[in-house]
Design a protein around this ligand. Structure first.
Ligand code: SF4
Length: 597
């Protein structure tokens, strides 16, 4: 069993108390410099206290020392506020190493990891420490966020690794069930941890191949990934035995879903990642039934010749088909796109990127841009060695990405521009770790601006609701019309948005045939604890009813367009919120009856 050890403040209690008192007494904002000075002044013999130690120490000792200002203390120390700026705590978990149906030549192989991940990527390291156990990964991450002062009452659970749709159904049910059980157990676990007690992070089996450097005489990287990860690493992990442990039923999953509706850590979004050619109607419904609200999908390229050169195993037609299915079902769509693939060049990449927005079949809501880099274990290595593939020069890549960034429409969020791959793992390719910043500087130097969501997010500014105005961006998709409703400040900062789908063709799923669909409601604001209404004297966006007003506006628009039912692809943890807004529960969605205008 893995256990999170309790924090013991006694060896350095005097210094810890002094540091806490100094921070509480500090007037004004505790910036990095002031914090550093205080921590150095009250350091332990082996170094300064971490923020996590200070917060855990505060919680353990507050009764004894009469500290009653925990919220303010935590606010002063909060690490990386941008992480939970949207009010939602992202929790990323990885599935176990498992065969992938893809043969993509740019994809690294490390049998210690699910396909495409590397053991030294930060998120992957955390997953491996917990042997890919979903409960331990989820609860461990929630507690780590809690111990560094983040609110985790609203959780976006992001399940990554290989091709989700290729894993056995029983494993997927078990995996998601265990993630929900961890969220449901968070209240008790965090309270125990705050009392200085150890917390069990689950007793799940080791569900992965061993992390030895060599497996069966082969390197853990490269080789036949699918064959190697199919081998049990030890007797206790023989496939039959492991599979018997990693199983759950739909009924068990629905029970933990129901408990999560009232849990302290509610799942307000669930994401899985998969390949276009492994999505059909049945799989889309399965994903929805698991509670998913968003799908990460690898486009990689919208050029058939490039897909073929890279042994992608499917063409653009499969991507079109998958997109229609996901759109019909109301999912948010987070696509991946890769410039510099074998067979492409900067001009071809520019054309390809334009297709993302010009062609109504694509138009994703979010996009990760991953310039192709060469990892030793990828098959691309031999194409590089014989001169058939070269990475772009940094200036070429930056110019290309700057052109891309300025052409992104306002309804899309560019979530990433590089992968977190350690530089020494990259044989050739981009090693600029702040590539996005460099690209943004290039855009600014041109006197241009990017309009993507991320560039316009309000980012912690105090705002006056009365100053906001609602703007609507309308665009076509493969199934109908999409309206992107956005709250903007006079300066153009984005405070919240809603994605409304008005289909022209009836969905094949009976429950939503003929329904308009709310695909996403997102209001920015860091004041995130449910039920809280005020922070240091200034109200923040989430508590001004901006979400509710977006939903009312969407209802009016849908009714005006002739719809009599407005469905919402609610996450498990937001069902109650929608019930309070007159939505009734359906099988997979919630619905509001619309009166004709
Ligand atoms: S489908 Fe994804 S994980 Fe599988 S080989 Fe291709 S890129 Fe890698």
């Amino acid at each position: 069993m893995t256990t999170l050890a309790p924090f013991d403040p006694t060896p350095h209690e005097g210094q810890l108390v002094a540091a806490v008192e100094a921070l509480r007494a500090h007037s004004g904002t505790v910036d990095g410099r002031a914090l550093g000075q205080i921590l150095r002044r009250h350091a332990k013999p082996d170094g300064v206290f971490s923020k996590s130690e200070l917060i855990r120490g505060f919680r353990l000792l507050k009764a004894r020392y009469g500290w009653s200002d925990e919220q303010e203390f935590v606010r002063r120390l909060r690490m990386k506020p941008v992480r939970t700026l949207s009010g939602v705590a992202p929790v990323t978990v990885l599935t176990k190493p498992f065969p992938c149906p893809g043969r993509c030549i740019f994809c690294p192989s490390d049998v210690r990891m699910p396909k495409s991940y590397l053991a030294r990527e930060p998120g992957a390291q955390r997953a491996a420490q917990h042997a890919f156990d979903p409960y331990a990964q989820t609860l461990g991450r929630l507690l780590a966020l809690h111990h560094t002062g983040h609110a985790v009452d609203k959780v976006e659970l992001i399940i990554l690794g290989g091709t989700w749709s290729f894993y056995p159904e029983a494993y997927k049910l078990w995996f998601v069930r265990r993630c929900f059980e961890a969220m449901n157990d968070f209240a008790g676990a965090s309270a125990a941890s705050d009392r200085g007690e150890p917390v069990a992070l689950g007793d799940g089996p080791r569900p992965c191949v061993a992390a030895e450097v060599r497996v069966d005489g082969c390197s853990t990287t490269g080789g036949d990934y699918n064959r190697l990860v199919s081998r049990p690493a030890r007797d206790s992990e023989r496939p039959g035995r492991l599979e018997a442990q990693q199983r759950a039923t739909w009924g068990e999953l629905e029970a933990v879903h129901a408990r999560n509706e009232g849990a302290a850590a509610r799942c307000v979004g669930l994401v899985v990642e998969t390949r276009p050619d492994h999505l059909d109607q049945a799989e889309v419904l399965r994903i929805r039934r698991l509670g998913a609200t968003k799908v990460q999908i690898g486009y990689q390229s919208l050029d058939d010749a490039v897909l073929e050169a890279n042994h992608r195993g499917h063409g653009v037609a499969a991507t079109r088909c998958a997109m229609r299915l996901l759109r019909e079902a109301g999912f948010k769509i987070h696509a991946h796109w890769m410039p510099n693939l074998l067979g492409s060049d900067p001009a071809r990449d520019r054309e390809d990127f334009a297709r993302l927005w010009d062609d109504a079949d694509f138009r994703p809501d979010e996009l990760k841009i991953y310039p192709c880099s060469l990892i030793e274990s990828a098959e691309l290595m031999r194409f590089h060695q014989d001169g058939r593939w070269q990475p772009y020069a940094t200036e070429t890549l930056v110019e290309l990405l700057a052109d891309c960034l300025v052409s992104v429409p306002p309804y899309c969020r560019i979530t990433r521009m590089i992968r977190d791959i350690p530089g020494d793992e990259i044989i050739v390719g981009n090693k600029v770790t702040n590539l996005r910043q460099v690209v943004e500087q290039t855009v600014a130097a041109r006197g241009a601006v990017s309009r993507d969501i991320r560039a316009r997010e309000v980012r912690g500014l105090s705002i006056e609701a009365a100053d906001l105005h609602l703007e609507v961006v309308t665009y076509d998709t493969a199934i109908g019309e999409e309206r992107f409703l956005q709250w903007l400040t006079p300066g153009g900062a984005l405070c919240g948005f809603l994605r409304l789908s008005l289909p022209r063709i009836s969905a094949s799923l009976d429950e939503i045939a003929g329904s308009a669909m709310i695909r996403e409601v997102h209001v920015y604001g860091r004041l995130a604890r449910l039920g809280s209404t005020r922070t240091t004297g200034s109200l923040r966006a989430q508590h001004r009813g901006l979400g509710r007003r977006l939903i009312e506006a969407a209802s009016e628009m849908a009714a005006a367009a002739g719809f009599t039912d407005l469905a919402v692809i609610a996450a498990v943890g937001t069902r109650d919120y929608y019930r309070g807004l007159d939505f009734r529960d359906g099988a997979l969605y919630q619905h509001r009856a619309l009166a004709m205008p």
